[in-house]
Write a protein of this length. Structure first.
Length: 467
């Protein structure tokens, strides 16, 4: 994107540290991303270099720059394996490298087009019954009063929902094994960025390859079984049936990788969102009381139908506000495919551009009192996809966004009508770089009619929310 206004001046940003250079700033980013990102924006503006004078790592914080980056995928591409060179010939490589999250250009467009039928609103509605049944199964096992880690419970629930809706698995042992393997592989990915990729017994990489191989074998067996049997309403069964105008279908390698990416995108992010939404409601009793009144008036204790979910504007507003304040991902990146201009500055080929839903969502000109949880704002507020982007925006917007919203609404509606989740007084609530509560969220499980009141909490969450 050439521009006559492009400047050769250095982009604003913090200075390099002696000896460490820009690595010190990267360390600050990953050790305390929320403080660092907001400080970068407040100090230097809407486009900032990680280190002054180096345009190889830059941050953008405005809706206008979000649009420039996300709406031009041929210029600002997703990462296809820059940081870890996954060996393509291994099961781990086949899980990681052939999905729409890591695809660019026409290949991404064609694959997304093939996958879209599995995420049409009509198709997503068919997943509602599984979401309701699995949530009710969880609630039937709860006993009040008791104490639990809410985050652990939400992770277990969302794992079961995503495995059931993704694969149509009914056997309990299969659900548990697939979920176990998925999580083992997923949790190992960050370790592989600093671990030698040496396939020797006893080495971490060897164990990860074994998990990946077992998982790939299970997925391929399910593909063969579903292809033989036909029918089915789960995501994998739907993907097996779809084809484009030329009759092109998804290959088995593509199905393996797509299903793994759908699991990784749809499990932890939703469990984080559920945990934080319950936390925010507990810390804002008036908002919780208003939502309970809406649920009681429409659902009368029952599971919501798809039609009833459209009649719950405050439930929708609560989720939108939670995703605004604590979006599933605080920052994501794109890579410049060629030398280009952004925000009036020259970027080299290969420059990494970070955009931050977290910072964009805290701009006071877009959201009055941005650090306050105010769901009612969404009853009248309208924002563009580049001003409000919890699921990203542009051609790479999360394909499962509608699925995630349905899951959030079903689980919240069912749980809030049956129990009161009260944060343990003086609990330390810390949020980590994955937007997850690193110490969990300890709660007292109480009867539904227990009084609503806010208790004090500790932890770094207090720096992100004005109570």
């Amino acid at each position: 994107m050439a521009s006559t206004h492009m400047t050769q001046q250095s982009m604003p940003g913090p200075s390099a540290f002696p000896l460490l250079g820009g690595k010190a700033n990267m360390l600050k980013l990953y050790s305390d991303p929320y403080t660092f990102l907001r400080s970068m924006h407040e100090t230097y503006g809407d486009i900032v270099a990680l280190t002054r004078g180096d345009h190889s790592n830059v941050f953008v914080f405005s809706p206008e720059l979000n649009l420039q980056v996300l709406a031009h995928p041929s210029l600002f591409q997703v990462d296809e394996g820059t940081f870890v060179k996954w060996p393509k010939e291994t099961a781990l490589g086949r899980l990681m490298l052939n999905n729409i999250i890591t695809m660019n250009g026409e290949h991404h467009k064609q694959q997304r087009h093939l996958m879209q039928p599995a995420f049409h609103k009509q198709q997503i509605g068919q997943y509602r019954d599984d979401m309701v049944r699995l949530t009710l199964d969880m609630l039937e096992q709860w006993r009040a009063p008791s104490r639990m880690d809410l985050y652990a419970e939400m992770k277990q629930l969302t794992l079961r929902i995503v495995v059931k809706t993704l694969f149509g698995v009914n056997e309990e042992t299969d659900i548990e094994r697939i979920g176990y393997l998925m999580q083992r592989v997923l949790n190992s990915l960050s370790l592989l960025m600093v671990t030698p990729l040496i396939d020797i017994p006893g080495m971490p990489y060897h164990r990860i390859l074994k998990w990946a191989a077992e998982l790939e074998g299970m997925i391929r067996a399910m593909i063969a079984q579903k292809r033989s049997a036909g029918g089915g309403t789960d995501v994998l069964a739907t993907l097996l049936r779809v084809h484009d105008e030329d009759g092109q279908r998804l290959s088995d390698d593509e199905l393996v990788s797509h299903t793994f990416s759908l699991y990784s995108a749809g499990h932890e992010t939703v469990s984080n969102a559920l945990a934080w939404t319950f936390f925010l409601l507990d810390q804002h009793p008036e908002a919780l009381a208003a939502l309970l009144n809406e649920l009681d008036g429409t659902l009368h204790g029952e599971a919501p139908t798809l039609e009833q979910l459209r009649e719950l504007p405050l439930l929708d507003a609560v989720i939108k506000e939670s995703l605004r304040m604590l979006p599933p991902v605080s920052m994501k990146m794109r890579i410049a495919a060629e030398p280009c201009e952004l925000g009036g500055y020259a970027l080299p080929k290969g420059a990494i551009v970070y955009y931050s839903p977290f910072v964009t969502h805290r701009r006071p000109e877009l959201y009055e009192e941005p650090d306050r949880f105010q769901p009612q704002r969404w009853l009248t507020l309208k924002r563009s996809t580049y001003e409000y982007l919890p699921f990203a925006a542009g051609p790479h917007r999360c394909i499962g966004a509608d699925f995630a919203m349905l899951e959030l609404k079903v689980v919240l509606a069912l749980l809030l009508q049956r129990y009161r989740l009260a944060i343990v007084s003086d609990a330390k609530i810390d949020i980590d770089i994955r937007m997850a509560p690193s110490r969990g969220i300890p709660v007292e499980l109480l009867s539904r009619n227990h009084p609503l009141r806010r208790v004090p909490v500790r932890g770094n969450i207090q720096r992100l929310i004005t109570f």
